[in-house]
Design a protein around this ligand. Structure first.
Ligand code: DX5
Ligand code: ZN
Length: 218
């Protein structure tokens, strides 16, 4: 079953609880939270305080995408705030093995991701350590960007490695998901779809998530 993880990056933060309940009612599987530090990426978003606030208003798993330098320093804070899954960028993690081990030791599920132009082979030494690989289909930093088609080939490559090696991680895709790209990446092997603007730009968030759920059933 394909999972839908609405990204709250484009939510109305003044009505965050109401909007999260809206996507929850539509059948969202996870809530995707984009943490940006103005250093690794050119935007500043949320920190552990907001993750904790979201934790209090939903039971859905919190999928926390860390776009920050020195993630090691903040991993315990995000776990304590209620993150179920912590995903780090290979470009911001000079000691990737240790970082992934730390996430595991903290008791969170382990995610790893990479920017669209980073060679996928950088993942080969750590694939056995992770629960999820996030394929970025835009440069991280902002919602509402255009899907980079090269991401499709990367999803297919990763799915082929997974099968060949007998690994069990989920493949998540983030950036530019809409009614055209969702069926494409699912055909390529994606298991989890991060959908931001295509949901949060709609007047009825429940209906917006339902629309994607239906699209996945046909
Ligand atoms: C981008 C973020 C995404 C973003 C996706 O840096 O990681 O999660 O919210 O937004 P859309 O779906 O609008 O491309
Ligand atoms: Zn994200």
């Amino acid at each position: 079953m394909i999972k839908i993880a609405p990204s709250i990056l484009n939510a109305d933060f003044g009505r965050l609880a109401e909007q999260i309940h809206g996507v929850e009612k539509g059948g969202a599987d996870w809530i995707h939270l984009d943490v940006m530090d103005g250093h690794f990426v050119p935007n500043i978003t949320i920190g552990p305080m907001v993750v904790e606030a979201v934790r209090r208003i939903t039971r859905l798993p919190l999928d926390v995408h860390l776009m920050i330098s020195d993630a090691d320093r903040y991993l315990p804070d995000f776990k304590a705030a209620g993150a179920d899954l912590l995903t780090v960028h290979v470009e911001a993690s000079p000691h990737l093995w240790r970082t992934l081990e730390t996430i595991r030791e903290l008791g969170a599920r382990v995610g790893v991701t990479l920017n669209p132009a980073t060679p996928l082979t950088v993942l080969l030494p750590v694939l056995h350590l992770v629960d999820l690989v996030l394929i970025m289909s835009v440069e991280p930093g902002f919602g509402g960007q255009k899907f980079i088609p090269m991401a499709r080939e990367r999803i297919r490559q990763l799915a082929a490695w997974r099968q060949a090696r007998g690994d069990a991680y989920l493949i998540e895709v983030d950036g530019g998901m809409d009614t055209t790209t969702v069926p494409q990446v699912v055909a390529d092997g994606a298991d989890v779809l991060v959908i931001g603007k295509a949901i949060f730009s709609q007047p009825d968030l429940t209906a917006a998530v339902k629309k994607y759920r239906q699209l996945l059933q046909v």
